[in-house]
Design a protein around this ligand. Sequence first.
Ligand code: GAF
Length: 389
Amino acid sequence: MSQTTTTPPRERAVQGFARAFGVQPQQLSRAPARVNLIGEHTDYNEGYAMPCAIDRDTVVAAAPRDDDVVEVLACDLDGASARFRVDDASDVAGSPQWVRYVQGMVAVLRERGLPVRGAQLAIAGNVPQGAGLSSSASLELAVGQALASLNGWQLAPRAMALAGQRAENAYAGCQCGVLDQMSSALGVAGHALLLDCRSLDVQPIPLPANTAVLVIDSKIQRGLVDSEYNLRRQQCEAAAAGLGVKALRDVDDDLWSRRGGTLDLVVRRRARHIITDSRRCELMADAMRQGDLPAIGRLMRESHWSMRDDFEITVPAIDALAALVQGVIGDAGGARMTGGGFGGCVIALAPVGQVDEIRAAVAAGYRSPQGREAEVHVCAASHGAGSLA
Ligand code: GAF
């Protein structure tokens, strides 16, 4: 859910709830968006990624109903609303996309044997939509948290993340991995997460001191469901099958040198991106622990080039934007496209003292193909989903 007003999402959710339902909400929950520092499309290949939950949230104001009907209001979509019975939640045919995420969470949590009664929900957020910052995962996790509180049970953050992923896969039509939901569920303030997408182990990695996390929205809209995301996933699965492994995570140097050349050329390039970007995550964790900014920058640049040349998910305007920002940062950090691709944002790690210079360079030197200026967000690494007091 996106919005243009500066009123915080919490207030808009509460006000929207009171207007729509005539009473005050009993419960408030929130879940953050995320930006991925490195390791793109590695999640569904069971490799490593390094996301960071950011201080852009979806908030759900909620109260229970004494029947099995869920009423839901989207404060940011001109007050769009929906209504469904919990036992019809899995019937998403004909539902608008935003409602599918809500229905999907209800359906998945019920599949897992958790009691979900009727509810009134009002949703507001400040996550830029279609920018690749995972507004959908933050919606899923905020709704899941609200349903847990209303129905008197708890789910461990990893289990809630997996429920969100299944809601998206089975009910919203995107075969995403678990990156977005894991970062929204398990974010740690001031830290990125080195995420092992096979074991779901998470190691918080402190962000280097005096380093700003800049998320630069190219204003080139993207849509995972409509994009080539699912095709990339199929190509990675074809590569794993061709190499005789369960997932590209399992490809070592020996296997790659013996069998990599047998793959179809395009499939081979897709696989090479995944294998190298997953390794870059581990190297990035080392570089961040050591505060080695030139190494961080090098890894981010290599990751961008790998997405551009091997995975082919960047677009020329974003290549130019990343290069422009990297040119300002020099050796003091890095910039690369982040997220699923085909538009969205550039992530930059840069000295706090360079923020104004980067803003000025982007304002002067970048326009999207539609002539739009980029929007520069300075983000803080945030904690994961939870209830609000
Ligand atoms: C999207 C997906 F939802 C994630 O699972 C991940 O694959 C990402 O694209 C690319 O790294 O955000």
